[in-house]
Design a protein around this ligand. Structure first.
Ligand code: WTA
Length: 695
């Protein structure tokens, strides 16, 4: 375990009870949950998970019903003695990544043997039930006044055309497809088209650099890359095609050659003629895809067939390819969306996340579309052309459910209330928060100013790995406390353990784990099942370990206190310290680097880097800039360090381990809390670092 004390890491929000204001109107629909109903349903979900999840699953279309067993699992190799045949169902996607082993740790399967398709359940099923003419997507462009929309019928047509195009170009069930797109309608269309034909999509957030994209291409060897020529975010134009060109040329030099790059022409950002083009490889989406038929048969897949890969940061330099499968993920995202947002057919839903992250997968695309919802997809940034843009969009589409991240709340809060209050926001009914702990003052501003003290806030705790919400309020079901994610979702058994892995009861703080499998759980790390076992299931045998610290108060509410591993959460983006360090040391003038997270008013945490230049290289502002640039080109702008702190040496133990605890204290200038430094190989480095703090 890391040498970190979770209880000191993030401040624990103060206890305050918020009883929802009397003006809050829960819809009176019979599906609305009140606390006692929750308790009853929760109890059933734990005592009879098979029955509970079978009922949830019965709302969806199954070509063939699942086998007798809804879930099989083995979270602990030591406990388990079950014999599981693994193999065939996933063999078409480079099977080696599931070790042939009859006691896989962390192994779980849901709805095995069931045959279905998530794209069919998102589109065809909703159309068949009479929602074909309902708007599926309202697309709002970066520039005010530029917009578009698609009904469920139109969305299906566009998905089918692309699915046919992909098939025609050799993409088969189990092949992977990389999608490197900004928030254009083409992004959810591409995801759904892959799912329709059983291809495994891997969306790479369009803020990642060419090198990160290349790394992912090399790892999952896609048949095709889907992108666009450029995007305008705020007043900045980003030439995405150049980034893809560079990633593809590097990856082909490293043995992974992708022969087809389907490029959407985003002419509001860049004219086609201005786009660099490789004739044999590049194809304009607009020229070719519309020629294909709007009918495309569904590829029926096994419930445990892979749906997508999404890379996320961990505590080593190499990103992890989180693999989700079809049926469990489908049922779980649909159910969590419905209950945690108290979803009604008349809702207009907007989630500000990008589809490049898990929130966009589960709660821009799949969860809402499975429920037949109308979703707003916004291309631009929240403060363009001014900080009132979000509320302008809320009023324009009469958004009822608004789901965002604390960093956005804090940044808009700083811009002042008038940008909010000049818009009506009367349509809003439920608010949501995700990505990091929401501090009580941001929570109150969100509740009082944005939601006019009417709208409950669903502070949803979950992760790329969990597929969907794990701990979340259900709107109106119980009193909220600002900063607490409250109680577990159905079927989720959170436990808080101490350093020794002992489960604690009642009021306590410790490491957050989960006791049994849930349908949305990821199944493996692509190509590295061993890493999956060691990262998530070996720290506390018998449990899934989340990497987060957590406190449970006397009323049983859960309070997330932040990561306890070497992962930093910057503006809700997960960034591994090791990734940033390896980007820094790839700079020829950097001898060594150590990165820690420091509290930041808007971003939550920011990246603070201690850097030792190579012998003889002088400290300079230019060198700082070029080190930051190295991180931007290796990972992406969102991972750029806020501060470079020169370090003649780093505080290390006699065995050579960097003592990050000390670095964190220096970085946050808590110099009187440095603690015991006597175990350092050279205690003088601490004084040297303090002396250089402001240079
Ligand atoms: C953090 C994002 C507190 C947490 C969905 C987790 C949160 C990591 C919350 C996962 C929340 C997410 N309260 N912390 N409501 N939501 N986190 O994989 O540290 O990008 O482990 O998934 O974000 O980040 P990821």
């Amino acid at each position: 375990l890391p040498d970190q004390d979770f209880s000191q890491q993030a401040h624990i929000p103060s206890f305050q009870k918020v009883i929802l204001s009397p003006s809050f109107s829960l819809s009176t629909d019979s599906s609305t949950l009140y606390r006692f109903q929750y308790q009853e349903m929760y109890k059933r979900s734990i005592e009879d998970p098979s029955g509970f999840w079978s009922d949830m699953a019965s709302e969806f279309y199954w070509k063939k019903k699942w086998d007798h067993q809804v879930c099989s699992e083995n979270l602990d190799i030591r406990k388990g003695n079950i014999n599981i045949e693994v193999g065939n169902h996933i063999s078409f996607i480079h099977m080696q990544h599931y070790r042939i082993h009859n006691q896989l740790m962390g192994f779980s399967q849901w709805f095995k043997g069931g045959v279905t398709n998530i794209c069919y359940n998102c589109l065809d099923r909703n159309i068949e039930s009479g929602n074909g003419e309902k708007i599926a997507i309202h697309w709002e462009g970066n520039e005010p006044g530029v917009d578009d929309s698609l009904t469920y019928n139109q969305l299906l047509d566009r998905v089918c055309q692309l699915a046919n195009y992909l098939k025609q170009n050799g993409v088969k069930k189990g092949d992977s497809v990389i999608i490197y797109l900004p928030m254009l309608m083409e992004l959810p269309i591409s995801m759904l088209a892959c799912a329709r034909i059983g291809a495994v999509h891997s969306v790479v957030f369009a803020g990642f650099s060419a090198e990160s994209l290349e790394q992912r291409i090399i790892d999952c060897k896609p048949k095709i890359v889907i992108t666009c020529n450029a995007v305008k975010r705020g007043s900045k134009i980003i030439n995405l095609k150049d980034i893809v060109d560079s990633a593809l040329s590097e990856s082909s030099q490293n043995g992974v050659c992708v022969g087809l790059c389907l490029t959407s022409a985003n002419e509001s950002a860049m004219k086609r003629e201005a786009t660099k083009w490789i004739k044999e490889r590049d194809v304009w989406w607009q020229d070719d895809v519309p020629k294909y038929s709007t009918k495309c048969d569904v590829e029926w897949v096994d419930g445990e067939d892979p749906l997508f890969l999404l890379y996320t940061s961990g505590s080593t330099g190499k990103p992890k390819g989180v693999l989700h499968t079809t049926a469990g993920y489908m049922i779980y995202t649909a159910a969590t969306f419905k209950y945690a947002f108290d979803y009604k057919q008349s809702d207009i839903y907007w989630c500000t996340a990008d589809c490049g992250w898990i929130t966009g997968h589960s709660y821009v695309a799949y969860g809402p579309l499975l429920n037949g919802a109308t979703v707003v997809v916004y291309e631009g940034v929240p403060n363009y052309p001014d900080p009132g843009r979000c509320w302008d969009i809320v009023d324009k589409y009469k958004v009822t459910i608004f789901y965002t991240a604390p960093t956005l709340v804090r940044s808009l809060m700083r811009d002042g209330d008038e940008y909010v209050t000049r818009y009506s926001r009367k349509s809003l009914r439920v608010l949501g928060s995700v990505g990091e702990p929401i501090n009580p003052s941001a929570w109150r501003w969100f509740f009082n100013v944005v939601g006019d003290s009417r709208c409950p806030i669903s502070d949803t705790w979950w992760q790329t790995e969990t597929g969907g919400f794990m701990i979340t309020p259900l709107p109106g079901a119980w009193p909220q406390k600002p900063g607490s994610a409250t109680f577990p979702f159905f079927g989720v058994q959170p436990v808080i353990v101490d350093e020794k892995g002992k489960e604690m009861k009642g009021e306590c703080s410790g490491y957050l784990c989960v006791k049994t499998s849930w349908p949305g759980a990821f199944r493996t790390l692509f190509g590295d099942h061993e890493r999956y076992e060691t990262t998530y299931f070996s720290a506390f045998p018998g449990y899934y370990f989340s990497g987060d610290g957590c406190r449970r108060d006397k009323d049983g509410y859960y309070w997330l206190t932040g990561r306890v591993d070497d992962v930093i959460n910057v503006s809700g983006h997960r960034i591994g310290t090791a990734e940033v360090e390896s980007a820094l040391v790839s700079h020829p003038k950097c001898a060594e680097a150590a990165v820690v997270g420091v509290e930041h008013e808007v971003k939550g945490q920011c990246i603070y880097a201690f850097v030792t230049p190579v012998e003889g290289v002088a400290y300079s502002e230019d060198l700082k800039k070029s080190l930051v640039l190295s991180v931007r080109t290796n990972i992406g702008a969102f991972a750029a360090p806020d501060k470079i702190h020169w370090a003649p040496g780093l505080p290390k133990t006699r065995s050579g381990k960097i003592m990050r605890r000390i670095l964190r204290k220096i970085a946050s200038r808590q110099l009187d809390e440095l603690g015991d430094t006597s175990t350092l190989a050279d205690p003088n480095v601490v004084d040297q670092l303090i002396a250089l703090a402001d240079s």
